[in-house]
Design a protein around this ligand. Structure first.
Ligand code: BG6
Ligand code: MG
Length: 216
């Protein structure tokens, strides 16, 4: 029986995924190459430094640790400029209504994001109090697809992995949920999120009872 919902942040609750992409694209362009949206799929859910390594490898660029740290810091500054104007209006369609149902059904909630900016984003969109537990990039050692972020969420909520349902837009995030022994709802395209138990385009009109029947 599902007792808890674990939500990814970027691309599930709020569309920061586009800002991460824009900031990385800017960095790649400054280094003399480009990254496509398709390429960007593999960066979703992946930590800042791991994303940087993937991009630099793709661009055929080798840098020292100090240079990499400086690039990651600059990317984060650009990202923070892009998200600084965010407000509750940026919450993705269907999310607020879905959380009304979640509260009504008394389902436990955790945020499971590898982003170190997660709390700041939640504050900006006014959703900090919507989660019983927040596990973010500052609390974990390994990024998705490692299940650490979700397993920690389950542990802090006092539920077993089997009792958790994860909401994820990233291939790495769905993988993390499945490796952790949890069910996963993919938010996005079926062709991309092939390992998810069920895929929806977004949370618009999603009914919890029907959803739970789909994955039973
Ligand atoms: C994830 C995003 O939520 O957080 C990734 O999907 C991002 O694209 C990662 O790299 C780390 O985020 P941040 O905010 O700590 O750089
Ligand atoms: Mg995401």
């Amino acid at each position: 029986m599902i007792k808890a919902f674990l939500f990814d942040l970027d691309g599930v609750i709020v569309d920061t995924a586009i800002y991460h992409y824009q900031a990385w694209k800017q960095m790649a362009n400054d280094l003399g190459f480009d990254i496509s949206e398709e390429f960007n799929e593999q960066l979703k859910g992946v930590s800042r430094m791991e994303s940087l390594d993937i991009i630099l490898k793709y661009g055929g660029i080798k840098l020292s640790e100090a240079e990499k740290l400086s690039l990651a810091t600059k990317k984060n500054e650009n990202y923070l400029t892009l998200v600084s104007k965010m407000s509750p209006a940026d919450i993705l369609p269907g999310v607020s209504d879905f959380f009304v149902q979640v509260r009504k059904e008394k389902i436990k909630t955790a945020l499971g994001s590898v982003s170190k900016n997660a709390k700041l984003i939640l504050e900006r969109i006014g959703m900090l109090d919507d989660f019983n537990i927040i596990i973010d990039g500052n609390k974990i050692a390994k990024g998705k697809p490692d299940p650490e972020v979700f397993l920690k969420g389950a542990e802090e909520l006092g539920v077993s992995p089997k009792e958790c349902l994860v909401f994820e837009d990233a291939v790495a995030g769905v993988e993390a949920a499945k490796v952790g022994g949890m069910k996963a709802i993919g938010i996005g395209k079926k062709e991309v999120l092939t390992k998810a138990d069920f895929v929806v385009e977004n949370l618009v009109g999603l009914n919890i009872d029907e959803l739970l029947k789909q994955i039973a």
